[in-house]
Ligand binder design. Structure first.
Ligand code: TXA
Ligand code: MG
Length: 323
C-alpha cells in the first residue's frame, strides 16, 4: 500500500477533508491529549473492520467511541447512572473513558458483542474539531483505538503513528499531526455499569479525583476484569527491548528515572523527567527510543505514590512482563 497523506497543517480545511474521508469509510489517525488514535466511522462496519486489519487486533476487542460532548452520551448509551453524568461533567473533555450500557445504535462490531460501550470526549483541540466536524456530516462519531499495531506501545506523536502503521494505511487515509501528546498514557477507564464506579485502567484522572468528586460513599475501586479488556493482556505496551524495574547498575542498559535519581555507572540515561506528569509524557517515547538505539534492556526507576504514579507503574509493569 502507498503511504497516507500526512497533514501537519490542521486548519479548518484539512479537518473538513479528514472528516470527509471518515464519511467515505477511510481511516484517520489523529492526536488526542493521551495518545494518538486510529479513527473510523463508528457506524460503518467496513471502516471499523479496517481498524482491526490495520492494527492486527482481534475483532472481539471493543473500541472506544469518541464523541464531541456530553450531549452525545444518550445517543450511544442508556441507563446512565447519575454518578457517570457527574464524572462526565467534571472530567470531559479530558482523559477519561466511561463504560456504559450500550444503546441500539451501538453495534456489535464496536463493542465486540458486549452489552456495554466505551465513550470518551477528548480535550485535544484537533481531536475535538475533527469529531465535531464528523458528527455534523454523519450522525455518527469516531471509533478509535490507540494507533499502534496490536501489543505495541501507543504512539504519542504523528511520526510514531507513521512508523507503526504507515505501511498498513492507504493513500485515502490520513494522519493528522498535532505534535506530542500532552499526557502521554492512555485514558482512565471507568466502569459505570454498577452502583458505583470501578477503575478498569488507571490514568491521569485518578481514583482520588473521582472519589473527591463523588463523595465518600461513592468510592472508586479496581474491579476484577471479567470483560474483554485488551489492556489487561500480558503483552500489551511492550517495546522490543527487555524492560526491568529498578535503579541498580546494569552494564549497557538504558535508564529512565526522575531527574533527582542519579544514573548508575555504565548505563545510558534516556530521559530525566522532573515531575510525575512529565514522566508519563515521555514514557512511551523512551520505550521507542530504546528500541531505536538497539538497546537490549531498559531499566526504569518508576515513580512512587498513588495517582498518576500508579498509572505509570501499571504501564511499566506490563511492559516488564514482556511479549
Ligand atoms: O486514551 C485513550 O483511551 C486512547 C485514545 C486514542 O482515546 N484510546 C485507547 O484505545 O487507548 P484502546 O482501544 O487502545 O484501548 C481501549 C481499551 C481496550 O483495552 C478495550 O478493551 C477497552 O478499552 N474497552 C473498550 N470498550 C470496552 C468495554 N465496553 N468494556 C470494557 N473495556 C472496554
Ligand atoms: Mg491500545
Amino acid at each position: 500500500m502507498n503511504n497516507p497523506p500526512f497533514l501537519s497543517n490542521c486548519s479548518a480545511g484539512t479537518i473538513r477533508e479528514a472528516a470527509a474521508a471518515l464519511k467515505a469509510g477511510h481511516l484517520v489517525a489523529f492526536p488526542t491529549e493521551t495518545v494518538y488514535g486510529l479513527g473510523a466511522d463508528a457506524r460503518n462496519p467496513d471502516a471499523v473492520k479496517r481498524i482491526y486489519q490495520v492494527k492486527g487486533r482481534p475483532t472481539d476487542h471493543p473500541l472506544i467511541v469518541h464523541i464531541s460532548s456530553i450531549s452525545q452520551l444518550e445517543k450511544w448509551a442508556i441507563d446512565i447512572p447519575e454518578y457517570a453524568i457527574s464524572l462526565a461533567r467534571a472530567f470531559w473533555p479530558g482523559p477519561m473513558t466511561l463504560i456504559l450500557k450500550r444503546s441500539e445504535i451501538t453495534e456489535d462490531f464496536i463493542t465486540g458483542g458486549q452489552e456495554t460501550v466505551a465513550l470518551r470526549v477528548p480535550s485535544d483541540p484537533i481531536a475535538l474539531a475533527l469529531i465535531e466536524e464528523f458528527e455534523k456530516i454523519s450522525d455518527s462519531a469516531i471509533a478509535a483505538p490507540s494507533a499502534n499495531r496490536f501489543g505495541q506501545v501507543s504512539p504519542t506523536s504523528s511520526a510514531d503513528v507513521q512508523e507503526e502503521l504507515g505501511e498498513f494505511l492507504s493513500e485515502s487515509d490520513f494522519i493528522l499531526d498535532g505534535g506530542n501528546c500532552l499526557i502521554g498514557i492512555e485514558s482512565t477507564i471507568v466502569d459505570c455499569t454498577s452502583h458505583r464506579p470501578g477503575i478498569l485502567r488507571p490514568g491521569f484522572i485518578t481514583s482520588a479525583d473521582i472519589d473527591s468528586l463523588l463523595g465518600i460513599q461513592s468510592k472508586s475501586e479496581y474491579v476484577p476484569v471479567n470483560v474483554k479488556f485488551s489492556g489487561s493482556f500480558e503483552k500489551h505496551y511492550s517495546p522490543k527491548c527487555k524492560v526491568v524495574l529498578g535503579d541498580k547498575p546494569l552494564q549497557g542498559a538504558g535508564f529512565l528515572a526522575l531527574r533527582d535519581i542519579e544514573t548508575p555507572p555504565g548505563m545510558l540515561r534516556l530521559a530525566s523527567p522532573t515531575t510525575v506528569e512529565e514522566f508519563a509524557q515521555v514514557l512511551y517515547s523512551v520505550f521507542r527510543g530504546a528500541d531505536r538505539s538497539g538497546l537490549m534492556t531498559l531499566m526504569v526507576s518508576a515513580p512512587l505514590g498513588v495517582g498518576l504514579g500508579l498509572a505509570i507503574r501499571e504501564r511499566i509493569e506490563k511492559a516488564s512482563r514482556g511479549r
